[in-house]
Design a protein around this ligand. Structure first.
Ligand SMILES: NC(=O)c1ccc[n+]([C@@H]2O[C@H](COP(=O)([O-])OP(=O)(O)OC[C@H]3O[C@@H](n4cnc5c(N)ncnc54)[C@H](O)[C@@H]3O)[C@@H](O)[C@H]2O)c1
Length: 485
C-alpha cells in the first residue's frame, strides 16, 4: 500500500519520507526526484525550459504509476492542484504535513524552487491558493518538531494499534503500539516537557515536569504530594508516569509512598526506561547530591511500553538505550540480535526496536524475579556501571554512553580470561554505535578512584563487588582490589 506525504515546500516531505521508509522497512519514492531523473534536468530547468504545465503532467503520470507500490511516497508541493491527483491521493493513505507559515519561511531554501524565484514572500501567496486543497486530507501538525519527532507523530496515523502481554510472574508489562493513545481521558498524568511538546494531542489533563535528572528531587515530591492532596487522589485512584526513567523513578516513588501506596502505571517513553528503569520495581529520587539514595521497591500496577515513542528520541538518548539493552544481552548470552542488525539499529527500524525491547525486558524480568531485592544476581545488571558511573561523574558524559565506555574498560582491566573472539565482538559493536571520542576517551583511572569509592557497590575501602565478563553469557560477581594501577 502506498503512503503519500503531501504539504508545502519545506514541510519535510523528503527528509521525513526517507526516515519513515527506514523505520518501516518500506521502499521510498520521491516523485520530484523521479521527474528530474526521467527528464535528466533539475526542476528549475524543467519549469523554465518546458513550463509548469508540462511538469504537472509528468507529476500526474508518475503519481498514477505509484498506486500499486508498497512505499512511502513524497510528493511535490503542488500535487494537490489537479483534481485528478487529489482523487488518486484520496484512495490511499495520504497525510498532510502541516507546518505553520512563520516556521516554513525560516526553513525553506530558495535553491531549485522555481516558484520562489521572486523571493520567499511568494510562499504566502502559494499557501493562500493551496490551503483549502491541503485541508481535504488528514492534517498532522508538525510545528516545532524535528524530523524524527515528526516521523514518530506520523506513525500514529500510519500504523494500527496492536498489543502483546509480556508473560512473567513479576509485574504486568504490555507492549502496545500506539499505547500513548490510552491516556486521552486520564487524569493525574505526569509527563516530561519534551514528551508533552511532541505528543500533546495524546493528553487531556497533565502535570508537566522539567526534562532530565533534576526532577528526581524532594522538592518535586513535596509539590506533587500537595497536588494529589488538592485533587483528592485516594488509594483507588491511579497516577500515570509518562516519560523517561527520571519520570518513572519519581512517580514510582510517589506512588509507593503517598497514602502508604496508591496505584501507579508507567508509560516509559525512552528505550532505556522501557528495557530497564520501568522493569524490576525499583523507584528512587536523589538527595544531597547522591543518586537514587531514597527509594522503594514496589512494582507499578502496569507498564505499557509504546515502541513508537523511541522514534522521537534524541540520537544520544536512543543510543543509551541500545547500550543498556546490549549490556543485558552480554549477560544473557544472545548478542546476535544486535550484531546482525547494526544498520537497522542506526536507522531505528521499528520491528527491530520492538524485538530488542521484548528480548531485553524478558531477560531483565527473569533476573529480577530471581532476585527482587538486589541481593544477588541482579547486581550483574551493574555491568559497565562501576567504571561507567565514575566516568560519568568525572566527564559529565551521559549515563548510557558512559556505561558503554565502562563495559570496554572493565573488560580491559578485569576480564583476564575472556576469549579474544568475545572481546572483539563486544568492542566492535560498541565501536560501531558509539561516538569514537567517547569510547576511546583516555582517562587516568586514578582520577576516577574518588568517584568509585563513593559508589554504592563498595564493600570496604579496598574492595568492590563488580560484575566481570568471563565470556559472553557468562558474567560473574567478583570482589576486586581497588588499586588498579
Ligand atoms: N529504577 C530503575 O531500576 C532504573 C534503572 C535504570 C535507570 N534508572 C533511572 O532512569 C533515569 C534515566 O532515564 P532516561 O535515560 O530515560 O532519562 P530521562 O528520563 O532524563 O530522559 C532523557 C531525555 O529524553 C526526553 N524524552 C523522554 N522521552 C522522549 C521521547 N519519547 N522523545 C523525545 N524525547 C524524550 C526527556 O525529556 C529527557 O530530556 C536515571 O535517573 C536513572 O537513575 C532507573
Amino acid at each position: 500500500m502506498p503512503i503519500y506525504l503531501i504539504g508545502m515546500m519545506g514541510s519535510g516531505k523528503t527528509t521525513i519520507g526517507k526516515i519513515l521508509s527506514d523505520i518501516l522497512n518500506k521502499k521510498y519514492i520521491d516523485i520530484d526526484e523521479k521527474i528530474e531523473k526521467n527528464e535528466n534536468m533539475k526542476i528549475k530547468e524543467i519549469f523554465s525550459q518546458k513550463g509548469e504545465e508540462y511538469f504537472r503532467e509528468m507529476e500526474s503520470r508518475i503519481l498514477e504509476k505509484t498506486e500499486n507500490e508498497d512505499a512511502i511516497i513524497s510528493t511535490g508541493g503542488g500535487i494537490i492542484l489537479k483534481e485528478k491527483n487529489r482523487k488518486i491521493l484520496k484512495k490511499h493513505k495520504t497525510l498532510f504535513l502541516y507546518v505553520p507559515m512563520e516556521e516554513l519561511i525560516k526553513r525553506v531554501e530558495v535553491k531549485n524552487r522555481p516558484l520562489l524565484k521572486e523571493g520567499k514572500e511568494k510562499l504566502y501567496e502559494i499557501w493562500d491558493k493551496r490551503k483549502e486543497l491541503y485541508e481535504e486530507f488528514e492534517k498532522i501538525n508538525l510545528s516545532n518538531l524535528n524530523p524524527y519527532e515528526s516521523a514518530a507523530k506520523l506513525l500514529y496515523s500510519i500504523l494500527e494499534s496492536a498489543q502483546e502481554k509480556i508473560d512473567n510472574d513479576f509485574q504486568n508489562v504490555v507492549l502496545k503500539i500506539k499505547g500513548l493513545n490510552d491516556l486521552k481521558d486520564k487524569n493525574n498524568v505526569f509527563v516530561n516537557k519534551d514528551v508533552y511538546r511532541i505528543y500533546n494531542d495524546k493528553f487531556n489533563n497533565v502535570y508537566i515536569l522539567e526534562n532530565g535528572e533534576k526532577i528526581k528531587k524532594i522538592d518535586n515530591v513535596k509539590k506533587i504530594y500537595k497536588y494529589l492532596i488538592k485533587n483528592n487522589v485516594g488509594r483507588n485512584d491511579t497516577i500515570y508516569a509518562v516519560g523517561g526513567g527520571t519520570v518513572t523513578d519519581l512517580i514510582g516513588y510517589i506512588g509507593a509512598t503517598f497514602k502508604r501506596g496508591i496505584k501507579f502505571q508507567f508509560y516509559p517513553t525512552t528505550l532505556l526506561s522501557q528495557v530497564d528503569a520501568s522493569i524490576g520495581g525499583k523507584n528512587a529520587i536523589n538527595f544531597e547530591g547522591i543518586k537514587n539514595v531514597i527509594g522503594t521497591f514496589k512494582v507499578p500496577n502496569n507498564v505499557i511500553i509504546d515502541p513508537l515513542t523511541v522514534i522521537s528520541q534524541k540520537e544520544e538518548n536512543y543510543l543509551e538505550g541500545i547500550i543498556e539493552a546490549f549490556k543485558i544481552a552480554i549477560i544473557n548470552g544472545n548478542v546476535s540480535l544486535f550484531l546482525n542488525n547494526i544498520e537497522k539499529i542506526k536507522k531505528r527500524n521499528l520491528n527491530l526496536i520492538t524485538d530488542i525491547i521484548k528480548y531485553a525486558v524478558k531477560v531483565k524480568l527473569d533476573i529480577v524475579t530471581k532476585d527482587p531485592f538486589d541481593n544477588d544476581i541482579r547486581k550483574l545488571l551493574n555491568l559497565g556501571h562501576t567504571l561507567g558511573h565514575a566516568f560519568e561523574s568525572y566527564t559529565g558524559i551521559s549515563h548510557g554512553l558512559s556505561v558503554g565506555w565502562g563495559i570496554k574498560k572493565e573488560i580491559e582491566f578485569f576480564s583476564k580470561e575472556i576469549k579474544l573472539k568475545d572481546k572483539n565482538i563486544i568492542f566492535e559493536f560498541l565501536e560501531q554505535i558509539m561516538p569514537d571520542d567517547v569510547l576511546n576517551k583516555k582517562i587516568n583511572i586514578n582520577n576516577l578512584l574518588e568517584y568509585i569509592f563513593q559508589d554504592k557497590k563498595i564493600i570496604n575501602k579496598n574492595k568492590i563487588d563488580i560484575p566481570i565478563i568471563k565470556n559472553i553469557g557468562n558474567v560473574e560477581l567478583k570482589s576486586i582490589g581497588l588499586f588498579l594501577q
